[in-house]
Write a protein that binds this ligand. Structure first.
Ligand SMILES: [Zn+2]
Length: 468
């Protein structure tokens, strides 16, 4: 049996840059190698590190181990009974089933460890604080939550691989992942100090450990396991953890080759133990809902950080671009609240017009920008340019409505502002067509868009197909 063994867990005291730390070392071995996975916290949280059970380690590594053909995770330290049950009977079988259907031969990994139901008495309610949109949206939701026992008491910040520094637009960061972790952490520390939040930092070598011990596996397939694993390391301190959700249940998708966030609404409750409960936060909020909330959260103004590649927001990477456009789309003055988080002069002078000019292209190619488009339509339609028409009709062409109660829209979208309302038989000068929308000229000279299913050409003087 191909086995990975959790052989030994022990704490050691360290001093780093004059700060006292406690590191929990976990010795893992296979029949051919042995290596140390470590988690490190400030001295004051040292007593809460769980060196007496293997929950956090198992959650952090089991999926990766399974992908690399391991059949057993063996531990000489006990595992929480509930977690053992959930992983063995509720989670792992679904991966096994998935693999079988895809004709893959990964083993149904087994956990071999004593189980325990012993209770700790952790009392903290925690969520991650990266200072991104999801973190601040979770703060909005749970800051003054109706049930006192469910209000956030602590923030955490984990070094588990999120600081990989790669971006599809700008490429690789000039910083190493350690520089990104430490640099971005500094901003989170300043934020927590300013607003009086308690911050628990967990540093770890998990990212390089998984890559070296098992082999490379894309971060987005395991980030939920890594974050929850790091939280379970401190289940003597925590009782409840909110995981900010990127996908809603309506977007559920279960596959290994996908961002694990797409199925985490199912997964997260199965990572509970007798001591700690995990929940998704921002359950039904869309990206736009989250933005609408955080723009009223003063705490986010000077501290929002979304960047993939910079210690400060770079203003260029895909996440900076999306967020700048979203904030801008929220309407006048909203963006200016974030003047200390982004270089707004650079954005307005060098990027705004160009990025919005491409919005029709983006919204087709990427759901990422559909939200920006919808948001701008609702709050700041002046940012939406006229689309490049696919068909231009010659002067004299006419369009007549064929339905009752037809809306004329400012932009080619059912979500766009209504600029006119007509009945069946209304005739307009026809200018062109974009996607499923006719562009027309109204009597007063203004232009608008009518859905193709609500009208028909009544006089066609020919057209030029501009693009297909
Ligand atoms: Zn950036």
């Amino acid at each position: 049996m191909k086995t990975v063994t959790i052989k030994n867990i022990y704490k050691e005291n360290l001093v780093k840059n004059e700060e006292k730390k406690v590191r929990m070392n976990v010795c893992l071995s296979t029949d051919s190698k042995e290596d140390i996975l470590w988690y490190e916290v400030d001295e004051k949280y040292g007593p809460y590190l769980c060196d007496d059970r293997c929950d956090g380690i198992v959650v952090s590594v089991f999926l990766t181990a399974m992908r690399f053909g391991f059949e057993v995770i063996k531990s000489s330290y006990p595992i929480s009974e509930k977690l053992y049950y959930n992983l063995t009977y509720q989670v792992i079988p679904h991966f096994f089933d998935l693999d079988k259907k895809e004709g893959k031969n990964y083993p149904k990994i087994k956990l071999e460890a004593e189980t325990t139901s012993e209770k700790y008495n952790g009392n903290a309610v925690v969520t991650g604080m990266s200072r991104g949109v999801d973190s601040f949206a979770t703060l909005c939701e749970y800051k003054d939550f109706e049930l006192e026992d469910y209000r956030i008491t602590h923030f955490c910040y984990h070094n588990i691989g999120a600081h990989h520094g790669t971006d599809t637009l700008t490429g690789k960061s000039k910083y190493t992942s350690r520089e990104l972790f430490e640099g971005q952490l500094q901003g989170t520390k300043e934020f927590c100090e300013k607003y009086g939040y308690e911050l628990v930092v967990v540093d770890s070598n998990l990212y390089s450990f998984l890559n070296i011990f098992f082999g490379g596996i894309p971060f987005n397939r395991t980030h939920t396991y890594r974050n929850i694993g790091a939280a379970l390391i401190l289940q003597k301190l925590y009782k409840r953890y909110y995981y900010a959700a990127a996908y809603n249940l309506s977007e559920f998708r279960f596959a290994f080759e996908t961002d694990c966030a797409a199925y985490e609404k199912w997964l997260i409750p199965y990572l509970n133990t007798e001591n700690m409960e995990f929940y998704s936060a921002n359950q039904e909020w869309s990206r736009q809902d989250k933005i609408e909330r955080i723009i009223n959260l003063e705490e986010s103004y000077d501290h929002l950080h979304v960047c993939l590649v910079g210690i400060k927001n770079c203003g260029q990477c895909v996440k900076c671009k999306r967020t700048l456009m979203e904030l801008d789309a929220m309407g006048n003055c909203v963006l200016d609240r974030y003047k200390n988080s982004f270089d707004l002069v650079d954005y307005k002078q060098n990027h705004r017009a160009e990025w919005f000019s491409e919005i029709y292209k983006y919204k087709i190619n990427s759901g990422f920008f559909q939200d920006v488009f919808d948001c701008a339509l609702k709050h700041n339609p002046a940012l939406i340019p006229e689309p490049e028409l696919e068909i231009q009709y010659n002067e004299g062409s006419k369009l007549t409505t064929t339905k009752k109660n037809v809306n004329i829209r400012e932009h080619p979208s059912a979500k766009a502002k209504q600029v006119g309302f007509v009945q069946e038989g209304a005739e307009f000068d026809l200018i062109g067509k974009f996607e499923v929308w006719y562009k027309i000229r109204m009597e007063d000279g203004r232009t608008g868009y009518i859905f193709e299913g609500s009208a028909a050409l009544t006089r066609n003087w020919g057209y030029i197909a501009v693009k297909k």
